[in-house]
Design a protein around this ligand. Structure first.
Ligand SMILES: NC(=O)c1ccc[n+]([C@@H]2O[C@H](COP(=O)([O-])OP(=O)(O)OC[C@H]3O[C@@H](n4cnc5c(N)ncnc54)[C@H](OP(=O)(O)O)[C@@H]3O)[C@@H](O)[C@H]2O)c1
Length: 240
């Protein structure tokens, strides 16, 4: 069993990822009110944590790389530090590139999802920081395995997947998204090639990461300032 996973994102009307690039709010509309919807809506789901890709977490994890004498050998099994009842801040970091220097992001307990090939020294650093971890197979790309461990080890039943586009693409490709919650900001980016909210970069093996899946609109609401909140359930595509 794995947790129910909701991909919760804010996007311009052209599906782009970077709010700083969106056109200005129209006269009389508060940018702060528009941006504030993201956390307000996220809270409504009452999820037990959130998941982000390595790039997105690097904007929040501000620890310094340092040399830690490794306790060796360290078994590649899940490690649970002191969660203390907190929600989880989960980073998909297959190569162990992130450095935390603390055990939380904004009060949520950090859990690293790693590949088994990370060094014992890196795992020792996470121990020192009080960071928990699970493994996503030898290369860190078996996201199903990692999600199942989060459910069995931490007992979580519902998680938000909060980007960026590449990790969202990998979750979609591995059929791990149960629902999309999309906030459509009344603005546009417009530049060709700008990242979008789902950006599978898996090469040639499958150019359609959503193949075999279908979306069903389950809710649509207009929020203050003209933000549109869409919810889509992800289902198996009907047989043709
Ligand atoms: N609009 C929004 O709501 C929103 C939300 C979140 C983020 N963002 C923005 O999005 C940007 C980052 O997006 P991004 O797409 O470049 O990066 P990302 O999805 O945050 O992270 C990508 C990284 O995740 C790891 N990864 C990817 N696929 C994986 C797989 N199958 N298994 C294991 N690990 C995998 C890889 O790490 P390695 O390279 O280490 O292998 C990859 O480089 C940031 O600028 C952020 O501000 C916007």
């Amino acid at each position: 069993m794995r947790p129910y996973i909701i991909c919760h994102m804010i996007t311009s009307i052209d599906g782009r990822l970077h709010p700083s690039r969106f056109t200005a709010a129209a006269a009389g509309i508060s940018t702060d009110a528009l941006r504030g919807h993201y956390e307000t809506v996220a809270d409504q789901f009452e999820a037990e944590g959130w998941i982000v890709g390595r790039m997105t977490m690097s904007e929040m994890a501000k620890g310094q790389e340092r040399t830690v004498s490794a306790v060796t050998p360290i078994e590649r099994t899940p490690y649970v530090a002191n969660r203390n009842g907190r929600n989880l801040a989960i980073a998909i970091d297959p190569s162990g590139r992130l450095h935390y220097g603390r055990d939380n992001i904004g009060g949520d307990h950090i859990v690293a999802v790693l590949g088994e090939q990370v060094s014992d020294a890196y795992l020792s650093e996470l121990w020192e920081d009080g960071v928990s971890y699970v493994f996503a197979g030898p290369k860190g790309d078996d996201l199903s395995l990692a999600m199942a461990q989060l459910a069995s080890v931490f007992g979580v039943k519902k998680l938000l997947l909060e980007g960026g586009g590449r990790i969202n693409g990998s979750f979609l490709r591995q059929r791990l998204i149960d629902e999309f919650s999309t906030l459509i900001y009344p603005g546009i980016d417009g530049l060709a090639g700008t990242p979008s909210i789902v950006d599978w970069d898996g090469g040639d093996d499958d150019q359609r990461p959503g193949a075999g899946q279908a979306l069903r609109l389950i809710a649509c609401e207009t929020l203050e300032g003209g933000m549109v909140w869409l919810r889509h359930a992800v289902e198996p595509a009907p047989a043709v």
